[in-house]
Design a protein around this ligand. Structure first.
Ligand code: T1G
Length: 687
């Protein structure tokens, strides 16, 4: 039973009971509708609706969105609650999201627990509220608040919800408060739908539309939500509901909604595979070697998860730097209100830094975040193996060095794993778990256990240069540099990729991180690069000229006043000059041609990663590029996007490109298999 009912005296209790998050599927909708009838024939004075397990309701069951809607439809259920002569009170603990929040809006009264939150995240799934939210919310909290909540989808804490009038009260025990609430006052509350609709304020609408143009470029649902809210303000309630429902049904079968649902569920599937039965090593005290930007970010992520952390550094200066770096992050979190004073003190108490490895003798997990040198890392791993317990798991945060070479520095390489965090490590959700040739199941299980503890998106990857994310990034940049050399400019390429959905293009991004990082990588790869493979020297010239990006005031762009960027004709001339030296007859690529060459290059590289088994499944690649590299979430990730083009079409396009450059455009066998067999790229498996 997904909805239970009981009574105490003349008060009815309706409880949504659909573990794990009280998603509002068919059984919940039916149960709620039956509960309305039960309440009305039970001669009750009020009904208190709540969710079991400390969660009100997470919204509609998104797993149902791929099939035809089945009655009773949620809008009809909520209208029944609204129409009932018995007032319902929503007692909200945990979260009331999407349809869960809409249930609350259909109630006469809403009471939240202090730590609860309420919101309309539908646009994050590519849809809009489809059960009255766009019509009831503006009537309750006004146009501006409703537009903000629905078009951006950000949940709101209880106090703020009360302040804007979304809920009546914040109480430690919402159900008890609902039971005790004054009957006469409760009887005076009118249904939300009968409240006067707010006056259409075009300035508010225009401001909301402008914010969306900046924040939600390329997405459909947020703009559609704004249109439906605006239309509903000039229509009777039921007509507004009709417009809303039509828009919701259209959107839920859209490409963007399918892409966003794909990523939503892929993120939740990113956990230790069922086949991994080994127990993780228990960890409470974690050693981190290196207290620089990465080491301190990793340290804070572990402190935030309640762990005890010791950073090992070289000498007093290193120790002091580590302490300063970690305390800076704690202070910033405190200042932004992400933690309170007690939380900050707890983190400080559980943190220490030392130059003596014997201080981490009881740590059962170590994460090396030292300088990206194989010799440095091997030395660190030997010191860790000597100092830590025999069963300790030793992890490296290396972003591209050969984990197997690091592992063979110690006597038990089975206990070595890679934990590739992304800067800033305490914020970025992605965690690449690098599995070496000797990595044991216990070590891998420990990696996944840490990822879960840190609430990261853990993705197991194999050992190769750059693992999954950085190898695709390297191909992205190589393809962009080739387009630059053969017929474009950094700014045209950036604009083309922003138009695709990236927040910024590859050249703008490189100016932020610094051109010297990729330059160092290219020099590291000189010895192993295929001499027959075309090499684009423009980026090397930039570094030779000292144009390293923002940090030197000029890179692919110029930053005359340190903030705004301007196109730099010197860079355009540099590309022309290098093309001339190489005897290239440049063309003038269109935006579509730029996007096609870059995206096909990335898809082909990703297909090779899957074919080689470096990535274990296509959805892992989607998570890596979306959660770590800015690929637009509403495109669903690289492999999901590739299926919107189709393997046959991709192979045909790459075949034509391979005429220009057969080495760079060597078609992945996986793409050929998908093209010939009809298997979706998203369903393809390693060879
Ligand atoms: N539908 C189906 N399954 C869901 C779900 C949902 N809405 N939300 C969560 N799950 C599953 C999830 O896949 C995972 O499954 C398990 O629950 C735990 O989730 C009509 C149209 C509620 C804050 O967008 O934000 O309402 O992996 O790991 O970290 O107008 O889940 O265990 O098999 O995320 O504690 C709008 C989405 C829907 C909220 C809990 N609602 N969910 O976080 O657990 S559209 C949302 C969340 C809608 C109405 C419209 C979070 C959470 P498994 P979890 P968590």
């Amino acid at each position: 039973m997904s909805v239970t009912t009981r009574r105490e005296e003349n008060v009815g209790y309706v409880t949504i009971d659909n573990s794990p998050v009280n998603a509002i599927g068919l059984s919940v909708r039916s149960g709620l509708l039956e509960a309305v009838a039960w309440a009305e024939k039970s001669n009750l004075e009020r009904v208190i609706v709540s969710g079991k397990g400390g969660m009100f309701a997470a919204g509609a069951d998104a797993k149902e969105f791929d099939s035809e809607p089945v009655e009773p439809h949620l809008p009809d259920v909520l209208n029944a609650i609204d129409d009932s002569f018995i007032p319902w009170i929503a007692a909200i603990e945990g979260v009331a999201l999407g349809g869960g929040a809409e249930i609350a809006l259909a109630c006469r009264m809403r009471i939240m627990a202090p730590g609860a939150s309420i919101g309309f995240p539908e646009v994050t799934l590519g849809v809009i509220p489809g059960a009255g939210g766009t019509q009831r919310l503006p009537r309750l909290v006004g146009l501006a608040n409703a537009l903000d909540m629905i078009t951006f989808g950000k949940p709101m804490r209880a106090q703020l919800a009360r302040d804007i009038g979304l809920v009546h009260a914040v109480e430690d025990d919402p159900s008890y408060a609902a039971f005790m609430f004054n009957s006469e006052e409760l009887g005076s509350f009118v249904p939300v739908r009968d409240l006067p609709e707010p006056v259409i304020d075009t300035a508010v609408i225009d401001a909301a539309r402008e914010r969306l143009a900046n924040k939600s470029r390329g997405q459909i649902a947020p703009f559609r939500a704004l249109e439906v809210i605006e239309a509903g303000m000039e229509l009777p309630f039921l007509e507004g509901l009709t417009i809303e429902r039509r828009a919701f049904l259209e959107l839920r079968s859209s490409e963007q909604a399918k892409s966003l649902r794909h990523i939503f569920f892929a993120e939740r599937a990113a956990k230790a595979p069922a086949s991994l039965t080994a127990d993780p090593v228990a960890f409470d005290h974690v050693a981190i070697v290196g207290g620089g930007m990465m080491g301190s970010g990793i340290a804070y992520a572990l402190l935030h998860a309640g762990l005890r952390v010791t950073i090992v550094e070289n000498g007093d200066e290193g120790v002091e730097r580590a302490c300063t770096n970690v305390d800076t992050i704690i202070a910033a979190s405190l200042q932004r209100g992400l933690i309170d004073e007690a939380g900050a003190n707890s983190r400080r108490e559980r943190f220490s830094a030392t130059s003596d490895y014997s201080d981490v003798a009881d740590a059962t997990l170590a994460i090396e975040a030292a300088y990206e040198s194989i010799d440095v890392k091997r030395t660190v791993f030997r010191a860790l193996e000597y100092a830590l317990p025999a069963n300790a798991i030793l992890a490296s945060n290396t972003s591209y060095l050969d984990l197997n070479e690091i592992a063979n520095a110690v006597s038990k390489p089975s206990q070595v794993i890679g934990l590739h965090f992304f800067a800033p490590a305490h914020i970025m959700k992605l965690l690449e778990i690098v599995v070496g040739e000797h990595t044991s199941d216990a070590a891998l299980a420990t990696g996944f256990a840490l990822g879960k503890r840190l609430r990261k998106i853990p993705v197991a990857v194999g050992v190769c240069d750059g693992f999954v994310g950085n190898r695709i990034l390297a191909r992205y940049r190589e393809a962009a540099d080739t387009v630059l050399m053969d017929g474009s400019t950094p700014w045209d390429i950036d604009e083309a990729m922003v138009e695709f959905g990236y927040a910024m293009g590859p050249y703008c991004a490189q100016d932020l991180s610094g051109l010297d990082i990729a330059h160092a990588n290219r020099r590291r790869q000189d010895a192993t690069r295929d001499p027959a493979r075309r090499y684009i020297p423009i980026a090397d010239r930039m570094v030779e000229l000292g144009k390293l990006g923002r940090k030197t005031g000029a890179g692919w762009y110029r930053y005359p006043d340190g903030s705004g960027r301007v196109d730099d004709p010197i860079v355009a001339d540099l590309a022309l000059e290098e093309a001339h030296f190489a005897g290239i007859k440049r063309v003038d690529y269109t935006d579509d041609e730029i996007r096609e060459r870059i995206l096909l290059a990335m898809i082909n590289e990703a297909a090779d990663l899957l074919h080689e088994g470096i990535a274990r499944r296509a959805s892992d690649i989607d998570l890596v590029v979306v959660c770590g590299y800015g690929f637009p979430r509403w495109r669903g990730g690289l492999m999901h996007y590739a299926d919107t083009i189709g393997a046959k079409s991709i192979v045909a396009k790459i075949e034509s490109l391979s005429v220009e450059d057969p080495i760079a455009w060597k078609i992945s066998p996986l793409l050929q298999q998908c093209a010939s067999s009809g298997i979706l790229i998203s369903d393809a498996k390693p060879a």
